[in-house]
Design a protein around this ligand. Sequence first.
Ligand code: MF3
Ligand code: CO
Length: 251
Amino acid sequence: MSVTIKTAREIELMREAGRLLEIVHNQLGEFIKPGISTLDIDRLGEKLIRNLGCTPNFLHYNGYPASICVSVNDEVVHGIPNKRRILQEGDIVSLDAGLIYKGYHSDAARTYAVGSISKEAQQLIDVTRQSFFEGIKFAKAGNHLNDISTAIAAYAEKFGYGVVRDLVGHGIGTHLHEDPQIPNFPQKRRGIRLVPGMTLAIEPMINMGRADVEWLDDEWTVVTQDGTLSAHYENTVLITEGEPEILTLNP
Ligand code: MF3
Ligand code: CO
């Protein structure tokens, strides 16, 4: 599949898909506390998405069994919600959610503290979020994809963190995953040139320790190989003639 440039009409639909997903994320963020299960988060998330008249895009995607990916502590992404997995004070939890509005997909992730957490864990969350913003400083027409990738890794690595290499961001639109792939670390090639109307899901995944990850036997959950904490931050972004528009985050 090639990189798609959205029309004005499609951009309006992507905006609405993004706006609605932010509502879902904000409500899920307020729900996070010690004692809830990761399945409680999925149940609420799916209900919020459907109540907004949308469809969860992760549910049954390549067989994924839930609407929200809930990844705790050393889980990087794609944790499977489970009623026996109870959030504990001091955990960090990454929520990755997406929805379809009138045929158009949005995708965003946030990492939250469960109750009070260590200074080190909070720094990992903050740096992961900031690495996204460092990256999108370069998300401008005329720049190349690798400008974004390079900026994300350069920022996160200053803190000694491991930037996950085995998973990447992606184009998004009428499909959850469109071209191009968007690595969070520098490439040998500068990548495609950015053009207004591209919509991109940019999603740094950052480990407190080494970058290496592995897959659990459930075939979904990605964990850090060294057992250190991992954080995730993602938004769906529109390339414009000027500053990028973050569709899943209100200015
Ligand atoms: N945001 C993730 C991604 O872009 C979530 C999708 S994985 C799924 O790949 F299988 F759960 F849908
Ligand atoms: Co994504």
